[in-house]
Design a protein around this ligand. Sequence first.
Ligand code: NAD
Length: 380
Amino acid sequence: MDRFLIPQESAQNETRVAATPETVKKFIALGCSVFVERGAGVLSGFLDDSYIEVGAELVEIGDEKSWAECDVLLCVQQPSQELLSKLSAGALIVGLLAPYSNNKLAKSLKSEGLSALALELLPRISRAQASDALSSQANIGGYKAVLLAASALDRYFPMLMTAAGTVQPAKIIILGAGVAGLQAIATAKRLGAVVFVSDIRPAVKEQVESLGARFIEPPSVAEHPTESGGYAREVSEAFLLAQRQLLSDHLAEADVAICTAQVPGKKAPRLIDEEMLDRMRPGSVVIDLAVSQGGNCAKTKPLETVIRKGVKLIGASDLPCTVSNHASALYSRNLLALLNPIITNGEVILDTDDELINGSLISKDGVIRYPEVVSSGGEN
Ligand code: NAD
């Protein structure tokens, strides 16, 4: 019988938890035993008693014995190196492990002889949808970005006809129409804004228009295919230059820009430069969800609001943590969906013939399986 451990997350500002009482109950029904660190779910609205009620055992935070005896650690973000060193060789970590930008991860996995499933690397096939934590969290990011923009903006979002005259609807530009961008479109439309969208993947246009937004065609610069396996590929600097020229007039008239454009494992494309910011109206708002990857917009800083010539630049890298209850509920269901099919008699069997396991298993007992991915990033 595998012993699962649900830690209190140790990363700064992290409010989510990797298992809720709902999923703990299901893991126990599958024959696993589950240990939960005291207070692990409190910041996302799940009290210790609710875990005890479904059969989990509470342990103290960082308790040596619980970590040493843990077979499967379910986490949101990678625990600190100090905590990882408490695990025994052969233990499995499952979480959003930031494999592209985390040199220390490979070091800990190797030195402690750990196995690890990084959810960021799940192949995007239909069977993976229920386990897709990037999507469940990006969806929340897109929704919350619009709410944040609406409360930071000095104008209404909807068109209003009042006795004092008519107010025009806000104009919102959404850069990148992946999961976060599409949710941002839907949320901004519900609030009554007029929405324009830029993306480089041709497949996106129809999705954008079906949500009632207007698609800004990409520049007509010859480029290698902009898409591979459903993900965007990195475009050339010449393409980005043409794209910025195209976006500049739109931004000059915009009230809000929501930046969600990313290319997996690469620096985020720079889509708003300082000259473009100079043309934006004082009082307008930019929300940059790509800020941790270098940002789509110049001058944004993670977790900060910078006011530049009256334009509010909000570096929003933690939005799922601000909706911690639902973010945790969905994330923990993603983990259950991934592990459920590979648990037999309470034990997790890592079968690399399974496409999902093969794609996301970055380390097996300390042997790094994708060194080109896992050791490629900078220091954490
Ligand atoms: P992402 O977070 O990697 O990137 C966000 C968006 O930025 C993408 O739409 C990308 O095309 C866009 N982008 C990149 N460079 C840009 C630029 N220079 N200008 C403008 N936009 C730019 O994307 P994501 O949310 O992971 O979604 C990518 C695709 O994968 C979507 O089509 C989504 O529907 C699909 N998807 C499939 C599955 C599955 O089949 N299991 C699961 C989730 C998402």
